[in-house]
Design a protein around this ligand. Structure first.
Ligand code: 16G
Length: 245
């Protein structure tokens, strides 16, 4: 472990700078899960910081779960849950994706019912004056870990009773013969606001992935307009590209 790899200058309080550097060293694999951190004394000497500052940085990493402190034997890089590799070429549901990986899904409902549509929903779903909209907002979890916040809007005739959706929206749409067959998805990088960061159990202002999915029925009508926020530390989105001729 060469100090020049992880002790570049930065701004802010010194213990936070050090914490960020160590975090980056962990993220990049320079410090591997399960391996010990250098001792407080070594880090203090390498980084030219006081031991109090180093202790504060390590404590902050421990509070985040990035390192584990073992009494008498120092601090170790915590093991991280594996990232999910999600294909962008298949129109699947969260429940299907997670169960295929043998992961347990859970939903925490944030909103579920019929509402007056926002102008954005009117446009996205092609609603007429006076139409209501069926809304489902959920925090989605896999193996007890929050993965994404999803806010789905659907035309009422497609989903007249959102409160009847148990866990999987697509299972409900399957059952009523409204399963989408095509979707357009847009991914945008964002910084999480305090509320979403709290729900996803990450630091405020962490990077997140905003994903908008508009799904269509075979006859071309929009069946779903969903705005999701996915954890950027939990997902890799993968698409297969082919040479077009
Ligand atoms: C996925 C979709 C979401 C869809 C949901 C249905 C993305 C970004 N979003 O999470 O649009 O509503 O699956 O899942 O992939 P469910 O059937 O488990 O409710």
């Amino acid at each position: 472990l060469k100090p020049e790899n992880w002790l570049a200058p930065a701004s802010g309080p010194r213990y936070l700078q050090l914490r960020r550097r160590l975090d980056q060293a962990i993220d990049s694999g320079l410090l591997q899960p399960g391996t010990p951190l250098p001792s407080e004394r070594e880090i203090a000497a390498l980084a030219d910081l006081s031991r109090v500052t180093v202790r504060k940085a390590i404590q902050a990493l421990a509070d985040d779960g990035a390192v584990v402190q073992r009494h008498g034997s120092g601090s170790f890089v915590a093991s991280r849950p594996p990232r999910v590799e999600q294909s962008l070429s298949q129109l699947t549901s969260f429940t299907e994706d997670m169960s295929r990986r043998g992961m347990e899904t859970k939903a925490l409902w944030l909103e579920r019912g019929l509402f007056l549509p926002s102008p954005q929903e009117v446009v996205a779903l092609g609603l007429s004056a006076g139409d209501s909209v069926s809304r489902l907002a959920r925090l989605r979890m896999a193996n007890e870990r929050p993965m994404a916040i999803e806010r789905a809007s659907l035309p009422v005739d497609v989903l007249p009773n959102p409160t009847l959706v148990q866990e999987s929206l697509y299972a409900a749409l399957d059952a009523s013969g409204h399963r989408p067959v095509r979707a357009i998805q847009k991914i945008t990088a964002i910084n999480l606001d305090d509320r979403d960061a709290d729900l996803l159990d990450v630091e405020p202002h962490t990077a997140g992935l905003k994903i908008e999915r508009t799904s269509y029925l075979p006859e071309g009508r929009v069946v779903e307009f969903t705005r999701s926020i996915y954890r950027s530390d939990a997902y890799d989105f993968v698409a297969e590209l082919r040479l077009s001729n």
